[in-house]
Design a protein around this ligand. Structure first.
Ligand code: ADP
Ligand code: MG
Length: 391
């Protein structure tokens, strides 16, 4: 059969996509930049085979298979359709969802997640990334549900928050005076960030406004502290609640959508650093190295080995514990550069992505009709804790 390429890939075309509990992994290749072409010509370190396979063509060829391999011809709109749209559908169905962008600095994480955000949501610029498109689709779905389910008196409430993790400290990007926020765990609320601002929004435009403001605050913080934003992780969260009535019972549904732009995955150099600087250098990638370890141990767990999963060893993994082997539908977009000079970093990203593919999540609908579901969820959480204590 002729290889199918990602341009023709439709989410609904592939029956395996989201049908299992595994994390979905998408590779996105960016085009060679003009400076890369002028230095090394059109040579590349990878060769795409089909819409699901890619070969690394370094000193030894290695072939990798993923849920989707999107080459440089795949548009921002297409990326939204295969990755963003199903996330919103999941959330509307009451499932928590999470999207991570992984990859070395310059591989296209921010282009994928945000892209051109200044263009507004009404008329997308072609470079507008997944996040603003998610907002627009989310609110169009809400509008449709409201119209279709008038008898049930369905009501929606949306909130958003935006934070940054740098040097193992959490900064509220919607209220930059709030620094070093703490992560807490509560039987009812689950894992949450104490005192993090959650802003109520009524439209895609409102939500985009928060995103733009937060991104600007992130830039200011990076400049003031004299550091590159490529060394911090950012997490934008949409919280969607709905309430309706059916046969005299009030139903309540709840979902969180986390959109995560990770720090550059390249190794950080700490040579020559001392004191605070050294601590900072070792902390910078703590969240990322713990993420790697968490994934490694989850893979071993799925192979029947009993291992402690060190979620609490970093802010990122503690905060996003549910998205890694828990109650969430999760997509990882691993961004790679095809450039010859990035060959080893690209291989390392492909290997990371391949490991991540083994993570099994267990997403459940967050719905409460008579109180039963919530009680069961709490019992499940309690049991899970007891199981992990046994390990
Ligand atoms: P990262 O956030 O991973 O450091 P960026 O998203 O900032 O990387 O991308 C680096 C550069 O490459 C930017 O100029 C961006 O516009 C460009 N770029 C990345 N991915 C693509 C793509 N798929 N198509 C076109 N340009 C891209
Ligand atoms: Mg970036």
């Amino acid at each position: 059969a002729a290889p199918r390429h990602a341009q023709s890939f439709e989410f609904s075309e592939d029956p395996s996509f989201w049908k299992d509990h595994n994390v979905q992994v998408i590779i996105r290749l960016r085009p060679l930049s003009s400076s890369e072409i002028s230095v090394q010509g059109h040579g590349k370190c990878v060769r795409q085979e089909t819409c699901q396979t890619i070969t690394w063509t370094g000193h030894l060829e290695s072939r990798f298979t993923f849920d989707l391999v999107a080459d440089e011809t795949v548009s921002q709109e297409k990326m939204f359709k295969v990755a963003g749209l199903p996330m919103v559908d999941n959330c509307m169905g009451g499932y928590n969802s999470c999207m991570f962008a992984y990859g070395q600095t310059g591989s296209g994480k921010t282009h994928t997640m945000l892209g051109d955000i200044e263009g507004g949501t009404r008329r997308h610029s072609v470079n507008c990334g997944i996040t603003p498109r998610v907002f627009e689709y989310l609110f169009s779905r809400i509008q449709k549900e409201k119209e279709a389910r008038k008898e049930e008196k369905i009501k929606f409430a949306c909130k958003c928050s935006f934070l940054e993790i740098y040097n193992e400290q959490i900064l509220d990007l919607l209220d930059p005076s709030s620094t070093n926020l703490q992560i807490r765990e509560d039987v009812k609320k689950g894992i949450y960030v104490e005192n993090l601002k959650e802003i109520e929004v009524a439209s895609a435009r409102d939500m985009l406004q928060q995103l733009i403001q937060g991104a600007a605050n992130r830039k200011v913080a990076a400049t003031n502290m004299n550091r590159a934003s490529s060394r911090s992780h950012s997490v934008f969260t949409c919280i969607i609640e709905s309430k309706w009535e059916s046969q005299g019972v009030t139903h309540h549904r709840f979902a969180r959508l986390n959109l995560v732009d990770l720090a550059g995955s390249e190794r950080q150099k700490s040579s020559g650093a001392e004191g605070e600087r050294l601590k900072e250098a070792t902390n910078i990638n703590k969240s990322l190295s713990t993420l790697g370890l968490v994934i490694m141990n989850l893979v071993s767990l799925s192979n029947g080995k009993s291992l402690h999963v060190p979620y609490r060893d970093s802010k990122l993994t503690f905060l996003l514990q549910d998205s890694l082997g828990g109650n969430s539908k999760t997509i990882i977009i691993a961004n790679i550069s095809p450039s010859l000079c990035c060959s080893l970093e690209t291989l390392s990203t492909l290997k990371f992505a391949q490991r991540a593919k083994f993570i099994k999540n267990n997403a459940i609908i967050n719905e409460d009709a008579s109180g039963d579901v919530i009680v069961m969820r709490m019992q499940i959480q309690q049991l899970k804790k007891e199981v992990s204590r046994l390990h």
